[in-house]
Design a binder for this molecule. Sequence first.
Ligand code: NDP
Ligand code: GDP
Length: 325
Amino acid sequence: MRKALITGVMGQDGAYLSQLLLNKGYEVYGLVRRSSTVDVRDNRLHWLGVADDVKIVDGNLLELSGLIRAVREIKPDEVYNLAAQSFVRTSWQQPILTGMVTGIGVANMLEAVRIEAPEARFYQASSSEMFGLIQEQVQSEKTPFYPRSPYAVAKVYGHWLTVNYRESFNLHASSGILFNHESPLRGIEFVTRKVTDAVARIKLGLAKELRLGNIDAKRDWGHARDYVKAMWMMLQQDQPDDYVIATGVTTSVREMCRVAFDTVGLSMDDHLVIDPTLFRPAEVDVLLGDPSKAREKLGWEPQVTWQDMIREMIEADLKRLSRRD
Ligand code: NDP
Ligand code: GDP
């Protein structure tokens, strides 16, 4: 039985990846940082019905000794480094923590693997945010980075360190440059989930308005379930490499929001309020990925359109909120 260690297992991607790997017969270990609140701990794993099947390991990306012990004891065949301070906006309020977790945390994990399991295959969760102020209209593995937030700067460090460990120590280390991906399990602070949650609340009479910042920003949105499959595919290749994972379609926040309101028969214009305090100090105006390399080398194709994904998210939020009443 193959063993996988996932950091950030309680996050959106960690949950979907756990489900995928369990279905493939893996023994799945999930690194979780200590929290005093037990009831929210494995919320997402419960949602997918896999909470009892993931073996939880105590650890923090900031504590190398614990990571070394975890990797020594588990001896994983595959390591997926998904843990991060992942919210761009917070990275301006907590730039140092973001640098430590999202950047140096990668160094800690790579060191643990290099010392204790150099034969293991390693996946680093890199991000399209690294392209930031885009240098090419359509971004591929060859497009230069221009990060626009402390989060993106930390991700650039993690990305290049992964490349460097591959080249320096011959690790099977791959970096997935994933464009935004969402699902009913997306954190509530991200724009798609903020919108679907608000639309569901307004529909149920629990709220009246939705406050957003820059709705002209455009993103290439895909479904998390499709994207974790790409992570796994990267680690099944003979050679480690870097891949852009995207749909090749870009949509504005405004258009995404309109579709969300349309889905429940409401008008966006009746409820949307633009709140200048929600604008960011520096914005990533548009992202649009070119997934050709992933299609050709991995045989990866996204299955879910952003419109279907938004509808799925609204249905899930309606269900959640109705249950709570
Ligand atoms: P989430 O924010 O949902 O999950 C991140 C996880 O990391 C959480 O479970 C969090 O734990 C954990 N974590 C944070 N700090 C630490 C720490 N110091 N030690 C151990 N664990 C920690 O992110 P996603 O699942 O959406 O994303 C997964 C990865 O992919 C992240 O690295 C993200 O930056 C990256 N990414 C995501 C994209 C997306 O669109 N979703 C796009 C491109 C890259 P806790 O539950 O305790 O908060
Ligand atoms: P990001 O691409 O990782 O930053 O993902 P987000 O979902 O947080 O943001 C996507 C885009 O939506 C960014 O350009 C934001 O500026 C824009 N946006 C507009 N209003 C909001 C809002 O209220 N919350 C969030 N999270 N983003 C918003």
